[in-house]
Design a protein around this ligand. Structure first.
Ligand SMILES: O=c1ccn([C@H]2C[C@H](O)[C@@H](COP(=O)(O)OP(=O)(O)OP(=O)(O)O)O2)c(=O)[nH]1
Length: 265
């Protein structure tokens, strides 16, 4: 049948019926899947409480008879073998008086540490303060102890050193540096420092003769500053700004590299 352009009614009807979206049938397993997911979440929570830092293997091999997670795992999630590791910061109390580190808010990066002794740091001096705990953290991490900003500004102190190795099992101590002209008295339970965990990689060292060229080159200590007073001085005389110096040294280095390469070839 040919549509008549003058017959608007028929034409409209034709367009509407042509564009009508197809009916999408309701997905029959929707509720089943939601229930499976809820069961699985509960199961993971229970495993988490039970395992305390150990790994749980989640995989789909039928020959693994004693794999207890299999029955709880929603079928469409069991695709490949994978390991789920639950990360814990393990804290061992070394005294009865010490306090476990605490994060004060959900988003806090640091765990506040509590001193486990009364200690006085003389003016312009430093002392090691005990916190009565040793720790073990997840693989691939190390920790830093650093000052809490409130203590740093009000007491005019800082925390020095601060790197805690992953294999260290001794008591963590705080190197408290007193920058003020008065002695600082700290009491057991005071919190002046925090512990922050950081991911780390420790690749093998490869000794090389050349490093890749960069725009920065060897520039440092304000080399990118543009203010006039930041221009470098040598023997009382202005010479070249850090940026120009970098460019010149990079060009020279590249030239030497090319000469060496052409000599070798
Ligand atoms: O502020 C700090 C710094 C370090 N340590 C502990 C943990 C760390 O793993 C260990 C060794 O620290 P680091 O490696 O910085 O010191 P080192 O001088 O190189 O000593 P070592 O030869 O024992 O590694 O001392 C602390 O308790 N507090």
């Amino acid at each position: 049948m040919t549509a008549c352009p003058s017959c608007a009614k028929y034409y409209l009807h034709k367009v509407i019926s042509y564009k009508e979206p197809p009916l999408i049938p309701p997905y029959p397993k929707q509720e089943e899947i939601i229930q499976e997911l809820l069961d699985y979440t509960q199961h993971l929570q229970a495993s988490l409480n039970k395992q305390k830092g150990k790994s749980i293997m989640i995989h789909d091999t039928d020959d693994d008879e004693d794999f207890e997670d299999k029955e709880f795992m929603p079928s469409y999630l069991v695709k490949e073998k994978k390991e789920v590791t639950f990360n814990f910061l393990k804290v061992k109390k070394l005294t009865a008086t010490t306090k476990i580190p605490e994060r004060q808010t959900e988003g806090a990066a640091g765990y506040d540490l509590f001193i486990d002794q009364d200690i006085e740091i003389p003016a312009r001096d430093r002392r090691l303060a005990k916190i009565g705990i040793s720790i073990e953290f997840p693989e691939g991490h190390y920790a830093r102890v650093t000052a809490r900003s409130g203590a740093a500004i009000h007491l005019k102190m800082d925390i020095g050193a601060g790197v805690i190795d992953a294999d260290y099992r001794g008591e963590i101590q705080l190197l408290v540096i007193n920058h003020s002209n008065n002695a600082i008295s700290l009491e057991a339970g005071d919190s002046i420092a925090q512990l922050i965990m950081e991911k780390i990689i420790t690749p093998q060292i490869e000794e090389v003769d050349f490093l890749s060229a960069t725009t920065r080159g060897e520039g440092s200590f304000g080399s990118t500053d543009t203010k006039k007073e930041m221009v470098q001085w040598k023997d009382g005389e202005e010479f070249v700004s850090g940026k120009n110096q970098n460019m010149i040294s990079e060009v020279l280095k590249e030239f030497v590299r090319m000469q060496v390469a052409s000599f070798l070839l």
